[in-house]
Write a protein that binds this ligand. Structure first.
Ligand code: GLU
Length: 476
């Protein structure tokens, strides 16, 4: 069997987004499953669209996710270079072969001339096909002057796609297209074919947007007399509504933004893997090794995969909950609120232990934990917005807090003892937990959410708890 060699071939045009990174994950999984090689190739032949720094951004994104490559721009490999702009001679070689075989021609027509031809076709209610309008004079082609265009041989095709199955298209889908632009650089349509061949790529796994061009590509493979890799076109990623392609307006973040927000790379990978791949079982949480073991192109679906950010959030929370505390502590390092700086590691670990259950991504830490480090200002809205508490007079609220102070006075402030006292207080005051504990929570945190009451109070300690209740009393 031919060794599995897959590639991720991004264009350095900006951040790596969800769709882009899935286009890296699927070929990576396939290569890892079969002990093959995964290649990173930079497709930078459209220099007008290039964004400086984008190559590093792409590499950083892959590294964060653990998608390592065996050959690529920085590490080299047997088929280096892995940056298209450095492979010009190769493209020109192959282009000249086509010229000599009479399968490519110089096209010196201007854009406006071509537009005119397009208009002409339109007026005759015909689709515009460049091959219907080949230039009549044959000019010698000089690279770097005018574009070189492929001379196609139209015919119908039937072919197999590893994901989309048996496909076919009529001869109308085959046309002449530009191979080398006037700047001497190849188009994507030409460069990828040459590179995939020279780099011995076994599987081209890419987005569905390329599938319509397959007949053109197949025609070019024949003209070049090249063996073809296997093709797998991944289904589109759809927006949250599931009715159209995921777009900028859906506000999905870039990979590095998810990283900054404190999503775990393993959750991200798990989530991305399920964007189109269907393991055929109920299980939703997969370790990386399980993904590698189970992944196959046959189980990638043909219809669009809905991008549901809530699912990502759920998944991330799931991974966070299952981290050992020490590991969570290490991963949380950069996410604490600034006020946490001077606090000892053990205190922070104890806090993590309390919030781990509800933490969905590490970027939520400040919001969930600030009150452990500082006395937050009194937030009057917290009582106002609580129906049960808002129904009580300030006299009644004060009475409850004063009773709490008395009760807490005799507690040693371990969680167990606090629980005991809190329960005594409930019985003694004939009050409901929703009211009494709700009020104590507000007084001692000034935050809309907090972990189990006795446990966090034990952490904050007696002195701070009493002081905060007294401050609340002054404001009632
Ligand atoms: N450079 C192309 C892109 O970024 C790669 C497509 C492919 O994988 O062949 O869309």
């Amino acid at each position: 069997m031919q060794p599995i060699r897959t590639r991720f071939a991004p264009s350095p045009t900006g951040q790596l987004h969800i769709g882009g990174v899935r286009a890296a994950l699927f070929p990576w999984l396939l290569a890892r499953r079969y002990g093959g090689s995964f290649i990173l190739r930079i497709e930078d032949t459209d220099q007008s669209r290039e964004v400086s720094g984008a190559i590093d951004t792409i590499k950083d994104s892959l590294k964060w996710l653990g998608l390592d490559w065996d050959e690529g721009p920085d590490i080299g490999g047997p088929y280096a270079p892995y940056i298209q702009s450095q492979r010009r001679t190769s493209y020109l070689d192959w282009a000249n072969r086509l010229v000599h075989a009479g399968r490519a021609y110089a096209d010196d027509r201007s854009t406006s001339e071509l537009d005119q031809l397009r208009l002409d076709a339109n007026n005759r209610h015909r689709p515009f096909l460049a091959r219907d309008y080949r230039p009549t004079t044959k000019n010698q082609w000089q690279p770097g002057t005018v574009p070189l265009r492929f001379l196609s041989e139209p015919k119908a095709y039937t072919w197999h796609d590893e994901i989309m199955g048996e496909l076919s298209a009529g001869a109308d889908a085959v046309d002449d297209f530009i191979l080398i632009k006037s700047d001497g650089l190849p188009t994507y349509n030409f460069a990828y074919i040459i590179d995939d061949f020279e780099m011995k790529i076994s599987h081209v796994i890419r987005g569905l947007e390329y599938i319509a061009s397959m007949p053109k590509y197949l025609n070019l493979y024949e003209a070049l007399e090249l063996s073809k890799p296997k093709f797998a076109h991944m289904p589109h990623i759809l927006g949250p509504e599931g009715n159209k392609k995921l777009s900028k307006r859906d506000n999905a973040m870039s990979v590095l933004e998810y990283k900054e927000q404190g999503y775990l790379p393993e959750a991200m990978i798990n989530f991305l893997a399920l964007l189109g791949w269907n393991p055929g079982i109920e299980q939703e949480i997969f370790t990386l090794n399980e993904l590698i073991e189970k992944f196959s192109l046959e189980r990638v679906g043909r219809s669009g995969a809905r991008f549901d950010e809530r699912r990502l959030l759920w998944m991330d929370g799931n991974y966070i909950r299952n981290l050992p505390l020490d590991e969570l502590y290490i991963r949380s390092e950069h996410y604490w609120p600034p006020e946490a700086e001077s606090y000892p590691p053990q205190y922070k670990k104890n806090i993590l232990n309390l919030v781990q259950e509800r933490l969905k991504f590490l970027g939520e830490l400040p919001q969930l934990t600030r009150f452990f480090f500082v006395d937050l200002p009194i937030d009057t809205a917290l009582i106002k917005d609580n129906k049960k508490l808002a129904a009580l007079s300030s006299g009644q609220l004060s009475a409850l807090l004063n009773e709490t102070l008395t009760e807490f006075n005799s507690s040693d402030f371990t969680a167990a003892d606090l629980n005991l006292h809190l329960n005594q207080l409930l019985t003694r005051l004939h009050e409901s937990p929703a009211v009494l504990f709700g009020l104590i929570r507000i007084a001692t945190t000034q935050a809309p959410a907090s972990p189990p009451l006795a446990e966090y109070l034990a952490l904050i300690g007696k002195e701070k708890t009493i002081a905060r209740i007294k401050t609340q009393l002054e404001h009632l």
